[in-house]
Design a protein. Structure first.
Length: 534
């Protein structure tokens, strides 16, 4: 297109010297303005908390969002979708700027027939394909299916790892090298299977983990370990009303167990009914586990190595203090060999709550004091909902839902440095300021920030919205405000004219992408960032 444009200029601007230069500039301006008029600006990560990125606003309810970052700075986002009934599985891919790469409101992965939801899982393999595992109606009942989707939106394969006939629930997935490991609940036990990059089953039969006491072992989470293996956690109990404990095991590449016995993550207490805690990798093939017990109602943490050994400190209470403060909902991130845990302190009537954090040394020492650091004081207004945490180059970042009253939730964020001090001068950053019911924040780290997605009822029914939070506390695309060349807080025509006037080799502000040339790539950055930019 630019080639023909330059040929046309040569015909029309049959002049020399300054007059030809002026003619070229005039035609360039006309060309670019016509480009803007004929080509709509794509969606992108917004710079304002008032206008979050609408990922799916189709009819019906969208629920249970997952997000996983891609190597190019973009992400995959998945959800259950009730636009046609049945809570179908949908997926969308966004590029680094937040532009959808597939059709509006996502592509259908699985047409299902359910009136309620159970959890599912999403990951990305070493080739950049999305892999999602979910419950699905199959012949004979409910089964567990894994689907691989290419970056172009093509379904590469579907593989049923569990057929119908038994109760199945809440599958988890973990990509390791070129393989994919999946786990799921079936009756009283948990099963695991390994698939290669083509979707073929790698084990003759699924590996089964049962409770040695004859009760239940229900898989909770899974993370990659060393030597093409995985480490997993599960909730164990004997009777429905009995004590519920968290245990761990490691499965080798051939489906055998790395540890002779299941390792007891919890040494005492009991999980709350229905609580299936996540955990994170310790970076060395082991896992860092956090949970809260019900008697007393407190948060705990421990680390288990790839060899199945706990850290020296054993089971550690995340925070303690005088009085009757209870603590729930821990969520952890890893910072090198240390760990940061965010949690919710509350009074013993559970009418008032706040937000606090603790930092652990690699051996389990409390680095921010016995009570941790207070982020938000305990009070009855606002109330705090969903937590999601990620690690950036500036520190541990927490996105949280807070509600002054029912149905008026907003999402804010805070970032802490290694000493527990907020990184941003404002303390907190508003991420989603439109009041509405919000829930289930999902997060992943990318570049110098995090990407989040959540359920949002701002239109009257649950839709899926997203936002990029940069490590410096700004929102949106990192380069978008660089496109505000004249510094007036708005990317518009005046900035566009700077690009046109500087066209060609130039080490200047108009060279937004810093490649030494003001050209098409800078022009596209202007178009992508068009609008308010603060």
């Amino acid at each position: 297109m630019l080639f023909f444009y330059r040929m046309d200029i040569s015909k029309q601007c049959n002049l020399v010297g300054i007059e030809q230069e002026l003619c070229h500039t005039l035609f360039m301006r006309i060309f670019v303005l016509s480009l803007l008029l004929c080509c709509p600006v794509l969606a992108q990560w917004p710079d304002s908390s008032e206008s979050n990125l609408a990922i799916c606003t189709s009819t019906g309810e969208q629920a249970i969002t997952k997000i996983i970052a891609t190597d190019d700075g973009g992400c995959y986002v998945s959800w259950f979708d009730n636009r046609s009934g049945g809570y179908d599985v949908y997926l969308q891919r966004l590029d680094t700027d937040g532009n959808p790469q597939w059709q509006e409101n996502g592509i259908l992965i699985a047409d299902r027939n359910y009136s309620s939801t159970m959890d599912y899982d999403l990951d990305i393999d070493s080739d950049g394909n999305a892999v999602v595992v979910y419950r699905r109606n199959v012949i004979g009942g409910d089964g567990i299916v894994v689907t691989s989707v290419s970056p172009s939106g093509e379904i590469r394969w579907n593989q049923t790892v569990q057929g119908g006939g038994t109760f199945v629930a809440s599958p988890v997935i973990c990509a390791v090298d070129t393989f994919v490991f999946v786990g799921w609940i079936t009756n009283n036990d948990s099963k695991f299977q390994k698939l290669n990059s083509s979707g073929s089953l790698q084990w003759k039969s699924a590996t089964v983990i049962s409770d040695p006491a004859g009760g239940y072992f229900l898989v909770s989470d899974v993370q990659p370990s060393i030597d093409e293996s995985i480490i997993l956690s599960g909730v164990q109990y004997v009777t429905f009303s009995g004590t519920k404990r968290l245990k761990a095991q490691r499965i080798l590449h051939d489906g055998s167990f790395a540890w002779l016995n299941q390792v007891e993550v919890m040494e005492s207490n009991s999980l709350q009914f229905g609580n299936f805690p996540d955990f994170i990798s310790d970076g060395n093939g082991g896992g860092f586990f956090t949970w809260y017990g019900v008697s007393p109602l407190q948060c705990y943490a421990t680390k288990i190595s790839a060899m199945g050994f706990k850290w020296f400190a054993g089971e550690v209470q995340v925070a303690s203090s005088l009085g009757s403060t209870e603590r729930t909902n821990p969520i952890a991130v890893r910072d090198g060999d240390e760990f940061v845990v965010f949690f919710r302190p509350q009074d013993n009537n559970q009418n008032n709550d706040g937000i606090s954090a603790q930092r652990f040394s690699e051996n389990g020492g409390l680095l921010w004091g016995n009570s941790g650091v207070e982020i938000q004081p305990t009070s009855n207004v606002p109330q705090y909902g969903s937590f999601a945490a990620g690690m950036t180059d500036e520190g541990a970042l927490l996105c949280f839902d807070e509600a002054p009253s029912w149905g008026t939730d907003v999402i804010n964020a805070v970032s802490l440095n290694g000493k527990g001090v907020p990184n941003w001068s404002s303390g907190f950053v508003s991420v989603a300021s439109t009041p509405s019911s919000k829930s289930r924040i999902a997060i992943d780290t990318t570049g110098d920030g995090v990407l989040i997605a959540w359920q949002d009822e701002r239109t009257g029914t649950n839709d899926i919205y997203g936002q990029r939070v940069n490590s410096d506390g700004t929102l949106g695309n990192a380069e978008s405000c660089m496109a505000d060349i004249d510094g007036d807080g708005f990317v518009g025509v005046s900035d566009l004219l700077f690009i046109i006037d500087a066209w060609g080799a130039c080490i200047c502000d108009a060279d937004i992408d810093s490649d030494g040339i003001v050209g098409v790539s800078d022009l596209l950055l202007i178009i992508d960032a068009w609008g308010a930019c603060i």
